[in-house]
Design a protein around this ligand. Sequence first.
Ligand code: CMP
Length: 139
Amino acid sequence: MDIKQTLILVKPDGVQRGLIGEIITRYERKGLKLIGLKLLLLPHAKAEELYAIHKGRPYYDRLIEFMTESPIVAIAVEGENAIQLVRLINGATDPLKSAPGSIRGDFSNHITYNLVHASDCLENAKHELGILFSPEELC
Ligand code: CMP
């Protein structure tokens, strides 16, 4: 067993398009356990911390603006191989590479406005969970 915890964000476009339920259902149906859940307006400083490795990229300013302009949903999940599983369910960032059946493959056609974010490795999952959730907020 390789039980891990990871962070998922439903981005502002997912919230605005009324896809919160659709998106959460996909993780639940795959057997991942929700251990944290909240709707919030992402503070600018937290968005910068979350996306620090993207600083300097041409899309960075637009990404920060997008992520902070309206509410997101933060989700913490736990399960076997959770980090890789969530990324598989989300699909590739590039809309030309996100497979049908994945969240992005089914609902997104844009490389920045791509509905969901998920941690990409164990180290980042721990770091990103710490940005969005206090230990008391995780069940
Ligand atoms: P996410 O999985 O949240 O991680 C970084 C985000 O930056 C990514 O989803 C996209 O929203 C955005 N992004 C990554 N690469 C590009 C790109 N080449 N052009 C525009 N936006 C990008």
